[in-house]
Design a protein around this ligand. Structure first.
Ligand code: PLP
Length: 470
């Protein structure tokens, strides 16, 4: 969560209570205007409290017009009903909610099959709050396995474990390395290569490397990293040096796209070197925010001493998680989605999303003002920059102007060694239909003449102009 400081704003006024709201007394002397930044002295009637919160939230953006986020913004009404029915279920309470625990187990098993685990019956996995937690767990397993293999020389003050990855990884990997005191060894971008290079990754490995992370679906441009080629480079490294470095695939988005749309792409447990995989159930797993998944090839990849058994809720189901209590509704909704769509349904939904992305990318390219870096043909996501001959405006101007029409399209600069490159990224999701894409193009085409007429880029405060991009 945002780290909030100084919550008491100087001169903050109390909330204004509309006398027409609910039980508020029309004369205004029954309901005191509640303060905003400290706990009110007394209660409010529920309708008044509801209206106050509801009104403030009206100013949030419209999630369906948000082309920045990967996270699901539309589910069927039935899924909403199911989630409401399950909102009091605590995922950790496996004994009290054995059926929820069973649905979680079935989801893990379905994912093990989907990702071609050699023996799905021995694959271990769990649900998480999202991919970030899943990545922490996977990273911890890598670190612990390395530590167990190197028990003769670690812990020590001079030995520092490292994790190899592309500089384009999602911020959760920087967090993992920071929180768990692992050196992040990042392969920079070079020229037109915007993700991990297998040979460069292998070169960064040494006897302290706990693993290499490959991203299926780079956060920065939606491209798939070459997982099979990475594994081959690490096989070669092992032959030359004896170093046996495992691979974790961060499939936050792509692990729910590639199995349906690119079945011939070999990126998953079919590769013996892939020891674990994560995905975000709440991205292309098509569930509202709050669920991710982590799976290990077999129990051997997940050191037993990381798994906890507690008996104080009854039962002693083993768990591997950072949190204790967690909502169970998202897991029920994930199972619903799997049951509801099946492989064919998932394929159809993801295909139509990718069709929208590819077509929109092409239409943007045909305007002449933009150059595509990716085409929406891997993740349904593409990144564009301005064409070489465009000097009147930049991507930050485009992002700011699109916001006037309600569209959130983030603009940001790439990391090392392509900090010179600034892009717009469009994330297409189920619910961003062909019709909405057409409206988006209309809006873009309407504002382009004004942008072309500028004497130069106008946005100076880039952070203010555009939102987050992770
Ligand atoms: C979104 C994303 C994450 C973080 O996932 P959350 O579910 O938001 O915690 C990690 N890695 C990649 C590649 C991502 O796209």
């Amino acid at each position: 969560m945002s780290l909030h400081r100084g919550t008491q704003r100087p001169g903050a006024r109390p909330m204004a209570v509309n006398p027409f709201y609910g039980e508020a007394d029309p004369l205004g002397d029954m309901v005191d205007a509640p303060p905003k930044h400290r706990l009110p002295d007394g209660p409010l009637p529920p309708t008044t409290a509801y209206q106050l919160v509801h009104d403030e939230l009206m100013l949030d953006g419209n999630a369906r017009l948000n082309l920045a986020t990967f996270v699901t913004t539309w589910m069927e009404p039935q899924a909403g009903v199911l989630m409401a029915e399950c909102r009091d279920k605590n995922m950790i309470d496996k004994d009290e909610y054995p059926r929820t625990a069973e649905l979680e187990r079935r989801c893990v098993s379905m994912l093990a099959h989907l990702w071609n685990a050699p023996d799905p019956d021995t694959t271990v996995g769990c649900s998480t709050t999202g991919s970030s937690e899943a990545c922490m767990l996977a990273g911890m397993a890598l670190k612990r396995r390395w530590a167990l293999r190197n028990a003769d020389r670690y812990p020590s003050r001079t030995t520092r474990p490292n994790l190899v990855m592309g500089v384009n990884v999602q911020v959760c990997w920087d967090k993992f390395c920071n929180f768990w005191e692992v050196e992040a060894r990042q392969v920079p971008m070079e020229g037109d290569r915007f993700h991990l290079d297998p040979a460069a990754a292998a070169e960064l490995c040494d006897e302290n490397t706990i693993g290499v992370v490959a991203i299926l679906g780079s956060t920065f441009d939606g491209s798939y990293e070459p997982v099979a080629e990475l594994c081959a480079a690490l096989d070669d490294l092992q032959e030359r040096t004896g170093l046996d470095v495992p691979v974790h695939v961060d499939g936050a988005s792509g692990a729910m796209i590639a199995p349906f749309l690119d079945p011939d792409l070999v990126w998953d447990f079919r590769l013996p070197r892939v020891s674990s995989v994560n995905t975000s159930g709440h991205k292309y797993g098509l569930v509202y925010p709050g669920v991710g998944w982590a799976l290990w090839r077999s129990a051997a990849e997940l050191p037993e001493d990381l798994v906890f058994r507690v008996n104080y809720l009854g039962g002693d189901m083993p768990t591997f998680a950072l949190n204790f209590s967690r909502p169970g509704a998202q897991v029920a909704a994930q199972y619903y989605t799997f049951l509801r769509l099946g492989r064919e349904g998932f394929r159809a939904v993801q295909q139509s999303t990718r069709n929208v992305a590819r077509e929109l990318a092409e239409r943007m390219e045909s305007l002449g003002d933009f150059r595509l870096l990716t085409r929406g043909d891997e993740l349904p996501v593409f990144a564009v920059t301005t064409a070489d001959d465009v000097s009147a405006f930049d991507v930050f101007d485009v992002s700011r102007r699109l916001r006037e029409r309600g569209w959130l399209v983030p603009a940001y600069t790439f990391p090392a060694n392509r900090e010179d490159l600034a892009v717009l990224r469009v994330v297409c999701r189920n619910g961003f239909s062909e019709d909405l894409a057409a409206l988006f193009m209309e809006d873009l085409e309407r504002l382009l003449p004004e942008l072309r007429a500028q004497s130069g880029p106008l946005v100076t405060d880039r952070n203010a102009a555009t939102g987050f991009h992770h």
